[in-house]
Write a protein that binds this ligand. Structure first.
Ligand SMILES: NC(=O)c1ccc[n+]([C@@H]2O[C@H](COP(=O)([O-])OP(=O)(O)OC[C@H]3O[C@@H](n4cnc5c(N)ncnc54)[C@H](OP(=O)(O)O)[C@@H]3O)[C@@H](O)[C@H]2O)c1
Length: 238
């Protein structure tokens, strides 16, 4: 996407492994970057504006939203697989309401509310993108291993929410592409507990994943809107 002005991207969840690498990637590509995070972001640059938010509920982002200039694109990295309270469920016995609710909240509910809130900041008639990082394990068709109930189901819900929004917004924002991108297994705190049995060549650095995600974004067309895309740009089945 090219414009006369310096392109401006908003990265949400910018203190995370992939989020921080995306901030650095876009700054290196001469984009203006706004970074939202609940935590301080340890990157400084003339083209970077960091905004610390309390959380990502509509009421918690209202000040950040009011400060935000129009953007060409938004990338939300929000996602939770495990935290201090839970690990992904290995079997049905482990499924519980708290984990399901917490996973749906971060992986599906907050992302669609963010899209709702941020839509006025995205151009109606110019090319623009709204990308949420998703996961291949959220593909229902591709689920051969089972397990990880909450994560899988909440990412599948995310994919449906984005697909539904893409149908509606395809009418009002004809050049806006809404996409879910699977970053591949990346060396961050999210994947840390599951890295042991992974071949080293299947674990990617955050910088590598960020540059692949940005390459997929650079090639997005309106035909891609509503799709779940692999980091290599191919379409994954829902
Ligand atoms: N790493 C992988 O192997 C892998 C594989 C497939 C898909 N993904 C997806 O890629 C995305 C980025 O993952 P990552 O590896 O960079 O993970 P990460 O380092 O844990 O970052 C996740 C981000 O989500 C936000 N977040 C986490 N819990 C939250 C909560 N309770 N409330 C609000 N925000 C919360 C955080 O934003 P703050 O900056 O505000 O803290 C954080 O920056 C996720 O959507 C993940 O599902 C990752």
């Amino acid at each position: 996407m090219t414009t006369d002005e310096q392109s401006h991207v908003l990265i949400i969840g910018a203190s995370g492994g992939v989020g921080k690498a995306l901030v650095e990637h876009y700054l290196n590509q001469d984009w203006r970057v706004t970074a939202w995070s609940r935590n301080p972001i340890e990157v400084t640059h003339d083209a970077l504006s960091c905004v610390q938010v309390q959380g990502y509920q509509p009421a918690q982002i209202s000040d950040a939203l009011a400060e935000l200039d129009d953007v060409q694109g938004v990338i939300s990295t929000l996602g939770v697989l495990h935290n201090d309270d839970f690990m992904p469920e290995k079997q049905l016995d482990a499924v519980n309401a708290e984990q399901l609710q917490a996973s749906f909240q971060v992986n599906a509910i907050l992302p669609i509310l963010l899209l709702q809130q941020l839509l006025p900041k995205l151009p109606r008639k110019q090319p623009a993108f709204w990308v949420q990082l998703s996961a291949k394990v959220g593909s229902i068709t591709d689920n051969y291993l089972g397990g990880w109930y909450s994560y899988r189901a909440s990412k599948a819900a995310l994919n449906m929410l984005l697909k539904t929004a893409s149908v509606e917004l395809g009418r009002s924002h004809k050049k806006l592409v809404i996409a879910a991108i699977h970053p591949g297994t990346t060396d961050t705190q999210l994947s840390k507990p599951f890295q042991e049995r992974l071949p080293q060549d299947k674990l990617y650095s955050p910088a590598k994943s960020a540059s692949r995600i940005a390459a997929v974004i650079a090639d997005l067309t309106t035909d891609d809107s509503g799709k779940l895309l692999h980091w290599d740009g191919t379409e994954l089945p829902y």
